[in-house]
Design a protein around this ligand. Structure first.
Ligand code: GDP
Length: 391
């Protein structure tokens, strides 16, 4: 699949940058057109892999932003995105539409620019173009506090409505105590990039190795067309060097069928099961998914059609759906075999419920604090017995 990818806000920009880095380091081609949009100039300057002409600063003329961000206020983020719509559309006019299968709008939902502006951009894309518009939304971790939860809980319904499907990544599920925030983000951004690129970019770059069971853009669009929220499962196995060399020789004589058909089938099936049982980009009850898509990626000699079919049927039973597609993605030089699984329209996502509860509490706290402050200010500036007439 070929995408026009647009990162909105700081997290959106950094993750888009990592998607480009991962695809080029693994010889894939996914992001046919990349751009980043932000209200903060300083964040745009940190982007490494996107040419300056596709880094768009919005809100420069807005008194409240002036190029310094949206202050974690999603209403301001949305307002600025609306105000500077023409600026954004000028860049979108450069998207080579005939080469693009879908749009992907990436944003962190706990701040202001991405959580407010991301959905505005997604709606603009949906109105202007016929291609599907997907979102990649990053949920804040619990230790970011009530304001971030409130921003995310308010953005989720708007973002879901504005996109054909919203894939979630939960920072809370992926935080690790020992990391500093920046190190943690670097690590998670690489994990996100690996999953998104592996899932959406199947197909050999130069066409030299043809997949036996190729996935194409229509399979991905079909899986995501049910809308709602999606999550990604992933597992990989490193191929030990000696096995790689040995199997490489045998593989020449029996391409595509592994060195041992039964063994390869068991491995592929096992890898898919392991992926589904491991940490999803956003934890969700797997059985609540409506559709799924499986991509097994690696050297073709590791593939097994039997294993893929067995894994596909197992997943169908697991989620109680007949809509599970599975394909392989030959990567001749790869030293890993991976299984990436998209679970679409998952309806049981405890983290989203929890975010909503936290958001309601946060909203009540914020309102109570504002009322207390008003009373305190009133008491401070007026005399105790109200004997004085203010001028
Ligand atoms: P914005 O620029 O106003 O959209 O705000 P940010 O993108 O800086 O932050 C929004 C949310 O994104 C935060 O609440 C964090 O949860 C998350 N976030 C920020 N930076 C990163 C990052 O590099 N990686 C990940 N995974 N999440 C991030």
């Amino acid at each position: 699949m070929k995408l026009a990818v647009i990162g909105f806000g700081n997290a959106g920009g950094k993750i888009t940058d990592r998607l480009l880095e991962y695809e080029s380091s693994t010889g894939r081609e996914l992001c046919r057109f990349p751009a980043v949009i932000n209200t903060a100039n300083i964040d745009l300057e940190k982007i490494e892999n996107i040419p300056p002409e596709y880094r768009i600063l919005i809100g420069q003329t807005d008194e409240r932003s002036k190029g310094h961000g949206a202050g974690a206020d999603p209403d301001l983020g949305a307002e600025i995105a609306e105000q500077d719509r023409l600026e954004i559309e000028r860049v979108l006019d450069q998207v080579p539409l005939h080469e693009v299968d879908a749009f992907l709008v990436v944003a962190g939902l706990g701040g202001g620019t991405g959580s407010g502006g991301g959905p505005v951009l997604a709606s603009t894309l949906a109105e202007r173009y016929g291609e599907p518009v997907y979102g990649l939304g990053i949920l804040p971790s619990e230790d970011e506090g009530g304001r971030a939860s409130l921003n995310a809980a308010r953005s989720i319904p708007t973002y879901t409505e504005a996109t054909d499907a919203l894939i979630l990544f939960d920072n809370n599920a992926w935080r690790e105590g020992r990391d500093s925030v920046d190190v943690g983000y670097e690590r998670t951004n690489r994990e996100i990039a690996k999953r998104v690129v592996t899932l959406l970019a199947p197909g050999a770059r130069d066409g030299s190795t043809v997949a036996e069971n190729a996935m194409d853009a229509s399979d991905i669009n079909r899986t995501l067309s049910v809308g709602g929220v999606g999550t990604i499962a992933y597992a990989e196995t490193d191929l030990d060097e000696s096995t790689t060399r040995q199997q490489g020789l045998l593989g020449r004589f029996r391409p595509g069928d592994g060195t041992d058909g039964a063994d390869a089938a068991t491995k592929v099936h096992g890898l898919v099961r392991r992926a589904v049982r491991s940490r999803l980009t956003c934890p969700a009850t797997v059985e609540s998914a409506e559709r799924a898509l499986v991509v097994v990626s690696g050297p073709p000699r590791e593939f097994s059609q039997k294993g893929l079919e067995r894994a596909r049927r197992w997943l169908e039973t697991e989620i109680g759906s007949v809509e599970v597609l599975a394909g392989d993605d030959p990567r001749e030089g790869s030293d890993t075999v991976s299984a990436t699984i998209l679970l679409s329209n998952v309806t049981d996502v405890p983290r989203v419920d929890r975010l909503q509860d936290q958001a309601v509490d946060a909203k009540e706290n914020i309102e109570a604090q504002a009322a207390d402050r008003d009373t305190a200010i009133e008491e401070l500036v007026t005399d105790t017995d109200n004997e004085l007439d203010p001028v």
